[in-house]
Design a protein around this ligand. Structure first.
Ligand code: SAH
Length: 567
């Protein structure tokens, strides 16, 4: 819950806008501000105070406890110009809240947390438990001092500008699931790499389950903070001992069917679980069912008779391949999601000219693998190979990365051992259509005129089909220096089925600084004015030029039928 506190009527007006926009998330605290702040501080995860920072500092100072538990506090000034993240920038989410509040009120978010200001992700924002000298190592990163990364487990981390060399005495970030203590100038990051398979007889006490799990981890030298989940068979999903042990470890219980577990090859099958739940192994099979390395084979709890078993598996980190569309060029047509994926990736793969489009957004330390035109297959292979190594990879393309672009060659290479995320982008046809008017108001198709990878007969067959079906056509890759006869040929095919006056829209460099667009006709279009930076949209037989804009009606009967509606 976000507590809202204000003192003046201007503050109250801004407060009410927030409350109206987020009715479920906010609660208004009325009354004297001192009391209101104290109550909100005790009851809410976050506060937005429409008060001067000085006033808020004085009010919350006596209430401060610990940065892991204190609420995040954002101050908005009287004029509504700034949303200041005052307290709990990371842990309390105040930096993000300042951005959200700023967006809503039209205020500039003010964030002073060093890592956010310089674009380095805070070690405490990577989504992994951290231990050790977080402040010291973060300061070293910010000061540009060498910080070595010692990754014992591959994990798709966002870019942090680590130095490669681990020299003695240097600051160190150690990514490990082993039960080690952080040394001087060292931070431990705990990847959720361990899966503990558990089996339990009916009524097994939580203590006994916990004992066998903790004993197994301790004896194998593994950290409980790296346990991702307790895994077991469906029939034990609600077994109180397992459920409570998972709660105590702070991890979810994940279950699998007996059939699925029975199919897993394990070193220590036995007859008892086969009779009870229908699989010769529960603990080992549930830990191993999604693959990984068995670190602790099945062991039994100390009770007589033993009522619980467990086994521990290390699962390799799954790499992450984000296929990101950058939009047609303009920065404000790059989606926030695309931007987030670019910041999250530690490896960026793309065509050099697309990398240039977003280079300024990348975090320091991002490894950039750029190549020139024509190296599509190599780029696809590289991106997948990097993800397979456990990295977070962004493969970029202009417009939408799935439209005549990198998504299909990359996914053709990818196997199911990596996660793949697609981020849609504004493709050239849509960017151009918005400039031209409404050419795509009815059925439409995109056709690439590049016969580099597609035989011309196939392209021609598709153009002919579009012509016969009276579909609006947007041509991508319409014409280049070495390919000049395809566009006139394609237009001639359409002209056989459409009037010479059919509107044609030509857009070059949509949304880029040198954007140029015009609406002409099939008869008047001069193909020599078209190049590879251009798309050409040809209307259907209903498309009209209305006030210089290209408009394709929604349907032939649509206008009529809406007029029949009662007014
Ligand atoms: N993935 C891209 C298309 C790649 S094919 C997308 O979704 O937009 C390359 C062709 O796209 C170019 O030859 C041109 O026809 C078109 N194109 C890409 N960006 C463009 C832009 N900003 N303006 C006009 N056409 C563009």
């Amino acid at each position: 819950m976000i507590g809202l506190i204000s003192a003046t009527s201007a503050g109250a007006a801004a407060r009410d806008r927030l409350a109206a926009a987020w009715p479920e998330r906010t609660r208004v605290y009325e009354g004297p501000v001192g009391d209101a702040v104290r109550r909100a501080f005790a009851e809410c995860e976050q506060l937005v105070c429409f008060l001067a920072t000085g006033a808020v500092v004085r009010l919350v100072a006596p209430l401060l406890g610990d940065k892991t538990t204190d609420p995040g506090v954002v101050c908005v000034d009287e004029g509504g110009r700034f949303a200041v993240s005052l307290l709990g920038g990371h842990g309390g989410g105040a930096n993000e809240l300042a951005a959200e509040v700023g967006e809503l009120l039209g205020a500039a978010p003010v964030v002073t947390t060093a890592t956010d200001a310089v674009g380095i992700p805070g070690l405490d924002t990577l989504g992994l438990p951290v231990e050790g000298d977080v402040a010291g190592v973060t300061r070293a990163l910010l000061d540009g001092e060498p910080v070595a990364l010692d990754a014992e487990v591959a994990w798709p981390l966002p870019p942090v500008p680590f130095a490669a060399q681990d020299t003695a005495g240097a600051y160190r970030v150690r990514l490990t699931d082993r039960a080690v203590e952080p040394g001087d100038r060292e931070v431990l990051l705990r990847p959720p790499s361990l899966v503990v398979g558990v089996g339990a007889s009916k009524g097994a006490p939580a203590e006994e389950v916990l004992d066998v799990v903790e004993g197994a981890l301790r004896d194998a030298g593994l950290s409980p903070r790296s346990v991702a989940e307790l895994a077991t068979v469906d029939a034990k999903a609600a077994e109180p001992g397992i459920v409570r042990a998972a709660l105590r470890l702070g991890v979810p219980v994940v279950t699998y069917s007996a059939g699925e577990l029975a199919a897993v090859e394990v070193p220590n099958p036995s007859a008892a679980p086969l009779a009870a739940v229908g699989t010769p192994s529960v603990a080992e099979a549930a830990a191993l069912v999604r693959g990984g390395e068995l670190l602790v084979p099945k062991r039994k709890s100390a009770g007589v008779p033993a009522m619980a078993t467990c086994a521990v598996v290390r699962r390799p980190g799954r790499g992450r391949l984000a296929v990101v569309g950058l939009g047609p060029g303009a920065r404000d047509l790059l989606t926030p999601r695309a931007k987030a994926e670019l910041l999250r990736a530690s490896v960026l793969v793309g065509l050099d000219q697309y990398v240039d489009q977003i280079r300024d957004l990348l975090r320091p330390g991002t490894r950039i693998l750029e190549s020139g035109l024509g190296a599509e297959e190599e780029r696809a292979r590289t991106a997948v190979a990097e993800a397979r190594r456990g990295h977070a990879v962004a493969l970029i393309g202009s417009g939408d990365a799935g439209v005549y672009a990198m998504a299909s060659p990359a996914l053709a290479e990818a196997s199911d051992d990596i996660d793949v995320v697609g981020v849609p982008g504004v493709t050239a046809a849509l960017a151009a259509a918005a400039i031209l008017g409404a050419p795509l108001g009815h059925d439409h198709v995109s056709i690439s005129l590049s016969d580099l990878h597609t035989p011309w007969e196939v392209i021609e067959r598709r153009v002919r089909a579009a012509a016969e079906a009276d579909i609006v056509v947007t041509f991508y890759n319409p014409r280049s220096r070495g390919r000049d006869w395809q566009l006139p040929k394609a237009l001639a095919i359409l002209a056989a089925h459409r009037e010479p006056t059919t509107p044609v829209g030509v857009v070059r460099n949509a949304s880029r600084p040198d954007q140029a667009a015009r609406v002409t006709t099939l008869a008047e279009l001069d193909p020599a004015t078209v190049d590879m930076m251009t798309v050409v949209a040809v209307g259907n037989t209903a498309t009209r030029n209305i006030a210089g804009r290209m408009v394709t009606p929604r349907g032939y009967r649509w206008q009529e039928s809406t007029q029949e509606e009662p007014k």
